[in-house]
Design a protein around this ligand. Structure first.
Ligand code: ATP
Ligand code: MG
Length: 328
């Protein structure tokens, strides 16, 4: 399957383009969205010129896999209400405005989802101290503005002193950030600032509760399959009809999470990323890190695609081909 980096569906209205996805609505049904992943890939914050075959299918099918695991009875401990997700179907549904050729392009890479009012925060959960959190910890002694080594109101020290790069935290922590517009960087914020952006204390509490419960259940599941989920980002939205807080967007994918190979993990150094390390190493070797307009040669594309597929297969225990064959 060739990589697809732009998607236009003339019968539907494109309402948004993100770094990776395109969103469409059918003028006849505005309560749902067609949520479509492209094969675009970014590294060091720059989107490459060409795409990676099967990447969109990996992101979409992995999200669907997690939704199914996480909504099983008893999957999440101690919830005040069951988890609900935005997924309606893995096919475009009965819209009259798609040709057979367009349905073919959408196969495996789209979801029909509930259209939600998204909260303007990224609900990040960290099990390990990596990335921007470690950078802030080592330069300022804080994480998302919270001082390390200080107990919170419950007497818990969320960020002990003396931690090294990529060290496991005493317990998973909820560390939200802002959700920047396309092209800008997200900013790490405190839980109180996030609650203010969310606008309703009950919604903020539910988002934190769900984010932590979903991370913990998924991290346990992944570890059994040899993968550490070091951290991940969730997005939640409000279903304005039911008042429910709904888990939306992509979930626990290589684009929204740091995945490490468990038996190669060692605190105190950077860890290789399961999916993108190969591409990053090539960019650095070629002096292309952070440059715009870079086109990957065929072997780099192929190897990167293979790595995305491997991540899917490790985490789900099934081949991507088998998952795709199950979609009508
Ligand atoms: P990145 O994921 O790289 O930070 P991005 O989020 O801008 O960038 P995409 O993932 O390409 O880009 O786009 C998905 C967009 O769809 C996000 O803005 C997300 O908040 C929004 N979204 C996700 N699920 C829903 C939903 N059910 N209803 C409405 N909007 C949604
Ligand atoms: Mg996104």
């Amino acid at each position: 399957m060739a990589a697809v980096t732009t998607i236009d569906l003339p019968g539907l209205t494109k309402i948004a383009t993100g770094k990776v996805r395109e969103m469409f609505v059918d003028e006849a049904d505005k309560s749902s969205l067609l949520f479509v992943a492209t094969d675009r890939i970014s590294a060091y914050d720059v989107v490459l010129e060409n795409g990676v075959p099967n990447k969109a299918a990996v992101l979409t099918q992995l999200t669907a896999y997690w939704f199914s695991v996480l909504t099983k009875h008893g999957a999440l401990a101690g919830q005040t209400a069951p988890l609900s997700t935005h997924l309606l179907s893995l096919t475009p549904g009965p819209t009259a405005h798609l040709s057979a050729a367009e349905r073919d392009i959408l196969r495996g890479r789209c979801m029909r989802v509930r259209r939600l009012r998204m909260f303007p925060v990224e609900a990040i959960v960290r099990g390990y101290l990596a990335g921007s959190a470690f950078a802030e910890y080592s330069s300022k002694g804080t994480v998302h503005g919270e001082p390390a080594g200080v107990a919170d109101a419950n007497g818990v020290i969320r960020f002990p002193l003396g931690m090294v790069r990529c060290q496991k935290l005493p317990a998973p922590v909820y560390t939200p950030s802002t959700k920047a517009e396309l092209g800008a960087h997200d900013e790490n914020i405190s839980r109180a600032q996030a609650a203010e952006l969310i606008g309703n204390p009950a919604h903020a509490a539910r988002i934190e509760e769900l984010a932590l419960a979903v991370y913990s259940a998924a991290a346990e599941h992944a570890l059994k399959r040899g993968v550490i989920i070091a951290d991940t980002k969730f997005e939640f939205g409000l279903d304005e009809e039911t008042g429910e807080i709904v888990l939306a967007d992509e979930v626990l994918t290589p684009d929204s999470s740091r995945f490490w190979v468990a038996d190669q993990y060692e605190a105190g150094r950077e860890q290789d990323s399961l999916d993108k390390q190969f591409l990053r190493d090539w960019l650095v070797r070629e002096g292309l890190k952070g440059k715009e307009g870079v086109k990957m040669p065929a072997d780099i594309v192929e190897q990167t695609s293979k790595r995305y597929t491997d991540v899917y297969e490790r985490l789900t225990g099934q081949t991507l081909e088998d998952a795709l064959a199950k979609i009508e």
